[in-house]
Design a protein around this ligand. Structure first.
Ligand SMILES: Cc1cc2nc3c(=O)[nH]c(=O)nc-3n(C[C@H](O)[C@H](O)[C@H](O)COP(=O)(O)O)c2cc1C
Length: 318
């Protein structure tokens, strides 16, 4: 939330054809009563794509599951892991870990209203509850209601006393708990999440679980997706940063004509040169120029020349 969006996903997809992409959390009420085009629409290029929903009202959740299916999403995922105060007040996210019965009813109503997979993203515990038994029972209850795939953020959520940001760093990562869940439930699809960035780490996790979800490290260093394509999916032909920007500029052109602001797209590319010689130039260029309201040819050409210079700087350094 307040970070990724459909423009980011379009950009990420230019670097990886194989990863599954997830939307930010959308509250059921916004999905049902809000501007659906603005909140839920996406480009076909983003697929395979899951819509993540936040809520605990069965009727609303089943309605959103149907909407997601009708709009062409490939999966609907319920958020059972967000600990923010606002989310708790609305009774969704991590506080629902306290209410397995309610979650099971919610999942059941979603499963009955759509044919796309209904999946859950949750923490491994909350407050002073971090036990294998609790998590295993919670997961099994939800499984019986119709979910086979679980994304487990391998740290507990503190429902009081920590800010959302602290809740992503302070509770200790406990990957073993996730591995144990997979061992105990080999028929479930268990995706591990939290603090993962390196290829070696990914390889290690997928030897014990069914998949890996990555959040912050991809946002900070989006081009690392091509390493994942190369080393995990064995993709041979991968785009250069220059090719990525070239394709993104075509998208910018199209989107600007529909009323999108240039910075709403380009802000997601700040990390494109993460760790490279040209990264400062790129960031400076973006901060000086991305408030532009249009993307006329001159601007596109200018961006390309910055990219080409960066590519040269990188080659000279390697
Ligand atoms: C700015 C920000 C927004 C987030 N929004 C969501 C969200 O909408 N839904 C969700 O399930 N997780 C959300 N998360 C949590 C991430 O999906 C992920 O579980 C967490 O950051 C741990 O994984 P990582 O270490 O790979 O980032 C958010 C994280 C950050 C930093």
């Amino acid at each position: 939330m307040d970070c990724t969006d459909r423009h980011d996903r379009f950009f990420l997809r230019l670097m990886s054809k194989n990863v599954m992409l997830y939307s930010e959390m959308v509250a059921t009420k916004s999905a049902i009563h809000g501007d659906r085009k603005k909140i839920l629409s996406f480009s076909p290029e983003e697929k395979p794509l899951a819509l993540q929903v936040g809520g605990s009202n069965k009727e609303e959740l089943s309605e959103v599951a149907k909407i997601a299916e009708d709009m062409g999403y490939d999966e609907i995922n319920i958020n059972l892991g967000c600990p923010s105060k606002k989310v708790q007040k609305n009774k969704f996210g991590a506080c629902l870990m306290k209410e397995p019965e309610l979650v099971a009813e919610c999942i059941n109503s979603m499963v009955n209203s759509c044919k796309i997979p209904v999946t859950a993203k949750t923490r491994i515990g909350f407050d002073d509850v971090e036990s294998f038994e609790y998590l295993n029972n919670f997961i099994n209850k939800i499984h019986k209601a119709g979910t086979k795939t679980f994304i487990l953020h391998a740290r507990k959520a503190m429902l009081t006393g920590l800010s959302p940001k602290q809740n992503l760093n302070i509770p200790k990562l406990n990957y073993n708990m996730v591995y144990e869940i997979k061992k105990e439930n080999p028929n479930l699809e268990i995706i591990i999440n939290g603090g993962i960035s390196k290829i070696e780490e990914i390889k290690n996790h997928i030897s014990k679980c069914d998949g890996v979800m990555i959040g912050r490290s991809i946002y900070q260093n989006p081009y690392s997706l091509v390493d994942i394509e190369k080393n995990i999916f064995n993709t041979e032909i991968i785009p250069t940063r220059e090719q990525v920007v070239e394709k993104l500029l075509d998208y910018v052109d199209k989107e600007v004509k529909l009323g999108t602001k240039v910075n709403h797209i380009m802000r997601h590319t700040v990390g494109l040169y993460h760790g490279q010689a040209g990264s400062k130039n790129w960031k400076r260029y973006l901060s000086d120029n991305m408030m532009a309201r249009d993307s006329d040819f001159q601007k596109a050409k200018h961006i390309m020349s910055i990219v080409q210079n960066n590519e040269k700087a990188i080659q000279a350094n390697s």
